[in-house]
Design a protein around this ligand. Structure first.
Ligand code: 0GY
Length: 292
């Protein structure tokens, strides 16, 4: 498999300056492969995108912290994610992907390493299977650690997912708004279905991220902003934002991370909304001991 480069080589300096202490709450690291090989089941093999590159981008964009989400190419071997957290001087925490057979002692070790949740990925192009019964069992077992669950699915299976989602006992963060079609604006059927789901389930949060994947129009992502900014306004205490760097599988439409940061004031137009989105909410979830 050819190793894929999916990230921008020289992103612009954003015009928007994030508030002090801003958290990029959805990003990944890839490898380095020589130290942390990819999973034999990986559906893509990316070029190395290790912690040094991630932290340089963080500083360039004006962010202070990262939440490193275990990417599917590393399977259930969380060492690359843990390595990034360990190198961050306390400025990164993480989300793991675990084998459902994981022991309590192994979960404790992940907590010690800075992990604060588990991710369940339902995208068929990324994972071979997603056993809901086993995931539910994991979710019940991580509750004692104060962790939350991150789920990644696409809008066409929201209804099918509902019983599983409703059975999850923790806070649940839905990646990229459950990937709705944003082309019909805020009134679009998939955006409304997800909005309604959030309104009915107050333990559910979401990441208002991935304009670059959800847009049909491309930059400057007007369709994404029109459809999604009302969600930030309606659920200001349950939204997170992330770059999604190094943008797995985006090699054909690599976004400029600086331009993505410039979307933030369009999604969250007031300073109060921006502080919640970028500081208060992620701090509450990932660094609760420092959160006021
Ligand atoms: C994302 C999106 C993608 C990939 C992964 O774990 C992953 O490989 O999450 C995707 O291809 O849509 O959030 O990074």
């Amino acid at each position: 498999m050819t190793r894929i480069v999916s990230w921008h080589g020289s992103p612009k300096k954003p015009d928007y300056q994030p508030p002090e202490g801003a958290v990029d709450a959805h990003c990944h690291v890839f490898g380095p492969m020589a130290e942390f090989p990819f999973s034999p089941k990986a559906k893509y093999i990316p070029d190395d995108a290790g912690p040094e590159k991630l932290f340089a981008l963080r500083d360039h964009l004006g962010f202070s912290r990262n939440v490193v989400v275990q990417a599917s190419c590393h399977g259930t071997d969380n060492r690359a994610t843990l390595n990034a957290i360990a190198k961050s001087n306390g400025k990164a925490r993480g989300i793991a992907v675990v084998d459902p057979a994981i022991s309590d002692e192994e979960l404790d070790a992940l907590h010690e390493g800075g992990i604060r949740g588990v991710r369940f990925n339902f995208l068929k192009r990324l994972v071979d299977d997603a056993p809901k019964d086993k995931f539910l069992d994991v979710a019940k077992r991580i509750e004692r650690l104060g962790w939350h669950v991150v789920v990644y699915f696409e809008a066409d299976i929201l209804d099918e997912m509902r019983p599983f989602l409703e059975a999850l006992p923790t806070i649940v963060v839905v990646d990229h708004l459950g990937r709705p079609d944003v082309s019909d604006g805020f009134e679009g059927a998939e955006v409304q279905a997800f909005r309604k789901f959030l309104a009915e389930h107050d333990n559910f949060w979401t990441k208002v991220s991935c304009a670059e994947r959800l847009t049909k129009q491309g930059p400057p992502f007007d369709d994404f902003v029109t459809a999604i900014s009302p969600i930030v306004e309606e659920f200001p205490d349950r939204v997170l934002w992330g770059t999604d760097w190094p943008h797995p599988n985006m090699q054909n439409a690599i976004p400029d991370d600086g331009a993505l940061v410039d979307l933030i004031p369009r999604l969250a137009p007031t300073q109060d909304l921006q502080s919640k989105l970028l500081v208060d909410n992620p701090m509450r979830l990932y660094w609760p001991e420092e959160s006021i």
